[in-house]
Design a protein around this ligand. Structure first.
Ligand code: UDP
Ligand code: MG
Length: 308
């Protein structure tokens, strides 16, 4: 069998030596497999690309796709997936949060019939705002999406040839790969692991990017926000109608000055203005994404390839 491992890399020079060693050890443990590592250099500004080149000189199984700039985690993974030609493909992060030692187990699950094998976190080390945000998003995503992803699944996992082909054929630009992976279906299996902290350096996906990814996930997989606005509109209109009836009745029965007041008016105007702006903003989120799709720009641009 042939095994490809796709790894996005953005300024991971401190992790790469250890990562390569552990990958080689783990992949050699997979029986009867010829393996290849496909690093995707996502516009690193450190020595990451040079380190991978050096490694390639020693061992041509460590290959490299060099992107023209930083295109982001999801785009980098897509760039790697476009290069694969294997029976099974592992996708994992390059910061050693996804332990290479799990690869034999993932392949085992694939051999037992799983076309997509998800590595599920038994535990997670992130703390603070990042942790709260991740937990909230996963809960929210399960509510809004018709194709829920397990709360403890990330990008780490295995895809077989058919699944990779389907995933790569999807043309959409704002990619939320865990969601797409759930959407394409296929026979899915899971394997448990403990997710550690990143071995060296700061997280490369900043908090702002995580928020953007959460928005992509939401708007690519759900119309519920739009529907929510429709319901809000219906509710407020009905409430308005009821209030109007009430005041007309008061007027007709001769109570001139029922609830006169500046405060009431200001509150209502601000409240309704706010709701309307939110609704327009939501429309804009969808519209902007449509615009991006229509422009049809590529998802990423490859500068060079080494060993591919
Ligand atoms: N990464 C990337 N491009 C980016 C940001 C990150 O290719 O713009 C890579 C990074 O080098 C790492 C993986 O994506 O291998 C996950 O990044 P990180 O550890 O920062 O994300 P987290 O674990 O916090 O989700
Ligand atoms: Mg990480």
């Amino acid at each position: 069998m042939r095994l490809d491992v796709v790894i996005p890399v953005y300024n991971e020079q401190d992790n790469l030596p250890q990562l390569c060693d552990r990958l080689a050890a783990a992949c050699s443990q997979v029986a009867e497999a010829s393996w290849r590592i496909i690093f995707v250099n996502d516009g690193s500004t450190d020595r990451s690309a040079a380190l991978i080149h050096d490694r390639y000189q020693q061992d041509p199984r460590f290959t490299l796709v060099d992107l023209s700039r930083n295109w982001g985690h999801q785009a980098a993974i897509s760039a790697g997936l476009a290069q694969v030609d294997a029976d099974a493909v592992i996708v994992m992060d390059g910061d050693l949060q996804d332990p290479p030692e799990l690869i034999p187990e993932l392949v085992q699950a694939w051999r037992q019939g799983g076309q997509i094998v998800l590595a599920l976190r038994r535990s997670r080390q992130e703390r603070g705002l990042r942790r709260v945000g991740l937990d909230l998003f996963h809960r929210f995503f399960r509510y809004i999406s018709d194709y829920p992803i397990p709360a403890n699944a990330g990008i780490f996992g295995l895809l077989d040839r058919a699944a990779v082909a389907e995933l790569s054929a999807l043309p959409e630009r704002h990619r939320f790969i865990p969601g797409l992976r759930a959407w394409i279906g296929f026979e899915q299996r899971t394997v448990l692991y403990d997710r550690g902290v990143r071995a060296a350096g700061e997280p490369k996906v900043g908090f702002r990017h995580l928020v953007r990814l959460a928005l992509d996930g939401t708007f690519s997989f759900s119309y519920k926000p739009l529907r929510l606005m429709t319901w809000a509109g219906i509710f407020i209109s009905l409430a308005g109608f009821a209030t109007a009836c009430y005041f007309i009745l008061k007027r007709l029965t001769g109570e001139e000055h029922a609830f006169m007041g500046f405060t009431t008016l200001v509150t209502l105007v601000l409240f309704l203005g706010g709701i309307q702006l939110i609704a327009i903003g939501l429309l804009g989120e969808y519209l902007g994404r449509i615009y991006d799709e229509v422009k049809g720009r590529p998802l990423y641009i490859v500068k060079s390839r080494t060993g591919l």
